[in-house]
Design a protein around this ligand. Structure first.
Ligand SMILES: [Ca+2]
Ligand SMILES: [Ca+2]
Ligand SMILES: [Zn+2]
Length: 286
């Protein structure tokens, strides 16, 4: 009853209340030509559903079938998010303006597939590729991903064609570089400190120098982060402060204790938080 009232009111606002039996028409609708994703969800694939007379179709649901794309990693979205994931199908309402938005929080790429896009069971279009700034599907856009994009320059590979001009050029690499360091929120447990596991993740890795160490602290304490070379010599002391529970980034400029940019190569980090400690490797490659 409530929903009916709202629909009728919106229809009056639009100046043309659709009758029962109206439907979305593929020829009047619009599907973005390329599917481009970022694990942080800041790249949107959109479908605009319209009726034959051109008015929006606000009562439907759009479905994108990614079942032919096994390498695309769909990260979970919060309940109440802009779309829902059901195995390899992603769906979103066209309410209220006929627009279904898919800021797909995913990694990995796909090509040569048949990605059908339906609205209320009617085929709106087919796409054959998913391009992603996270080329390797680990849900972090790192220098390694940019290197993969760079390797596709000069080709027509749709998995790295972010501006949808059928070519991979320096412009596509620039667009990807703008997403460097982006990652999916599930990797760092943003916003909820209860039951957090202690974790440290260097982003990006490999790096052109600067690295943000994303620290997930289950409890407050003194956090100490230092960088070492493979011989075990301390290269830089990055951080030594009390932190609160939660998630934060600790920034290393990529410089040594003397302020010089470190040479390309392999480095190790050690982070302690109270009695907890983590260590790992970062690669600097300019
Ligand atoms: Ca990646
Ligand atoms: Ca392009
Ligand atoms: Zn991004």
């Amino acid at each position: 009853m409530g929903r009916l009232t709202i629909i009728t009111f919106a229809g009056m606002l639009a100046g043309a209340a659709p009758a029962r039996g109206d439907f979305p028409a593929p020829e009047a609708s619009q599907v973005d030509p390329c599917i481009v994703t970022c694990p942080s969800g800041d790249s949107v694939f959109a479908v605009i559903a319209r009726q034959p007379n051109g008015n929006p179709w606000p009562y439907g649901e759009t479905e994108v079938h990614l079942c032919g794309c096994p390498d695309v990693v769909l990260a979970p979205v919060e309940s109440g998010g802009p779309y829902r994931i059901d195995a390899c199908r992603v769906s979103a309402p066209t309410w209220p303006h006929g627009v279904s938005a898919f800021p797909l929080e995913s990694g990995g790429v796909c090509s040569g597939a048949s990605i059908a896009i339906y609205c209320d069971g009617l085929l709106m279009g087919i796409r054959s590729a998913v391009a992603s700034f996270d080329q390797d599907g680990d849900l972090v856009v790192s220098e390694g991903d940019l290197a993969i994009v760079g390797g596709k320059q000069g080709t027509g590979d749709p998995t790295a064609d972010f501006d949808c001009d059928d070519m991979v050029t320096a412009a596509d690499l620039d667009i990807a570089a703008g997403h460097a360091g982006h990652y999916h929120a599930s990797l760092v447990g943003v916003g909820d400190t209860r039951g957090l596991d202690f974790a440290v993740r260097p982003v990006p890795n490999p790096s052109r120098g600067p690295v943000d160490f994303v620290l997930r602290a289950p409890a407050g304490g003194r956090a100490v982060l230092a960088i070492f070379d493979p011989a075990g010599r301390r290269v830089a002391s990055v951080f030594d402060h009390e932190v609160e529970a939660g998630t934060r980034g600790l920034h290393w400029s990529g410089r040594d204790a003397a302020g010089q940019q470190v040479r390309n190569g392999l480095y190790f980090y050690r982070l302690t938080l109270g009695a907890l400690s983590a260590r790992g490797a970062v690669v600097v490659a300019r």
